[in-house]
Write a protein that binds this ligand. Structure first.
Ligand code: HMN
Length: 289
């Protein structure tokens, strides 16, 4: 399961309906052009938390149908409705997903015991493996090295997607759990995470910057830090420009520039304004074309 995974974008039409062809094109672009090792389906980047259960299942189905066994597939099934998570975990497992992942339950201030119960309920319902999705800046859920260790006691919980800038915690986790998979979640910090020997990375910007992401990762792993740093600098010029212009809408516009029908965002998330679209075209020409 190691390697570079795109956090898959979803495509919607102007009414907010899933654009199946668009999703297929995004999958193909990631496999054929971005040359990723896998896809993380139904994450933040997939606008997942704004979708109905049926729509989440539909995205899992389309992605699997298009990707087949060409790359590894991880299905993000987390929801504060744990029964929905279980339903989605079963669906993704039946479709043949290589692993499932679940965001820490958010909104309410769940105790660690409740979080642990949530993960065990989800993974014990399926014959599959689970990757914890930790993203404290969006969920407000911070876990300690010891708490991750308690979750890892379940052998079916095989790793974590670590979307945080806490490199002290990342280093402690690497040392404590050498056999668990740690995926870096912040694309702009990939070099630092790779130096700490993560097992891969999962990111939104890999949908348009996959080859550079791989270069940073592989150069850093090979100890070629200066070369990796140069590419991280260029990558971060691109990421800073994308963030400044609106993260997902801009990535979608950049894909549209390449003939990939990434479409609109799902309301209440706004799609790119005409000005943002023009700026996205400039970003594409400056950093990607
Ligand atoms: C997902 O769940 O879709 C991604 O794995 C999340 C991923 O960590 C991204 N985080 C968010 O979008 C919140 C990053 O790729 C991020 O977009 C990128 O580093 C730019 O900040």
């Amino acid at each position: 399961m190691k390697g570079i995974y795109s956090a898959l974008l979803a495509s919607f039409d102007e009414q907010g309906k899933i654009n199946e062809q668009g999703v297929r094109e995004i999958v193909r672009h990631n496999i054929d052009k971005m040359m990723v090792d896998g896809l993380y389906v139904g994450g933040s980047t997939g606008e997942n938390f704004m979708l109905s259960t049926e729509e989440k299942k539909q995205i899992f189905e389309i992605a699997k149908d298009e990707a087949g066994s060409e790359v590894k597939l991880i299905a993000q099934v987390g929801s504060i409705n744990v029964y929905e998570s279980i339903d989605l975990a079963k669906h993704a497992t039946a479709l043949g997903y290589d692993a499932i992942s679940a965001v820490t339950p958010f909104y309410y201030k769940f105790s660690f015991e409740e979080i642990k119960d949530y993960y065990n309920m989800i993974i014990d319902s399926v014959d599959n493996r689970l990757i914890i999705y930790s993203i404290p800046f969006l969920t407000g859920v911070d876990m300690s090295v010891e708490q991750f260790g308690e979750l890892f006691e379940n052998p079916k919980i095989i790793g974590v997607k670590f979307t945080a800038a806490d490199f002290f915690l990342l280093e402690r986790m690497r040392k404590a759990y050498p056999d668990k998979l740690i995926f870096a979640g912040f694309d702009e910090m990939m070099l630092s995470a790779a130096v700490l020997d993560v097992d891969g990375a999962i990111g939104s910007t890999f949908n348009v910057n996959g080859p550079r992401a791989r270069q940073i990762y592989e150069l850093a792993k090979a100890g070629k830090i200066e070369e990796a740093r140069e590419i991280q600098h260029t990558t971060n010029d691109l990421i800073a420009a994308i963030l400044d212009n609106g993260l997902y809408p801009t990535i979608k516009c950049i894909l549209e520039e390449q003939g990939v029908h990434a479409g609109c965002c799902r309301k209440p998330m706004a799609s790119a304004t005409p000005e943002a679209r023009i700026r996205a075209r400039e970003i594409y020409k400056q950093y990607i074309k």
